[in-house]
Design a protein around this ligand. Structure first.
Ligand code: ZN
Length: 118
């Protein structure tokens, strides 16, 4: 049984301590409950290609405002994960040049963004 909060579902924001399974992706996570919900949505709808981005759908201001905090929370988790991956690369001997190249940025930009130094 896991006791430490290591990550949150990027869809419902529940921590790993409150779900059965948390599947990781590139900086994002999805819990068993959200996978089940997604499977039910996919099963119940004919296949279709989204025609507009979620923020371009017909929405009220309250709908939009209610989505800001969850989006910001998911984004913050992705940033924290990226920083942790960069820290891991550093512990494995990764230079700022190689880390920057892997991220498509300069050595200097990588250092400024992730080193924690000024
Ligand atoms: Zn979830």
């Amino acid at each position: 049984m896991t006791t430490a909060v290591l990550a949150h579902c990027s869809f419902c924001a529940r921590p790993n301590t409150e779900v059965k399974t948390l599947v990781s992706g590139p900086g994002v996570f999805i819990c068993d409950g959200c996978v089940s919900l997604c499977a039910a949505v996919i099963e119940g709808k004919p296949a279709s290609i989204p025609r507009v981005a979620p923020w371009d759908q017909e929405l009220t201001l309250d709908d939009v405002l209610s989505r800001l905090a969850p989006v910001a929370s998911a984004g913050a988790q992705v940033q924290q994960n990226l920083t942790a991956w960069v820290r891991k690369a550093r512990t494995l001997g990764g230079t700022w040049t190689r880390i920057g190249a892997a991220l498509g940025m300069t050595r200097q930009s990588a250092w400024e963004r992730f080193s924690g130094e000024e």
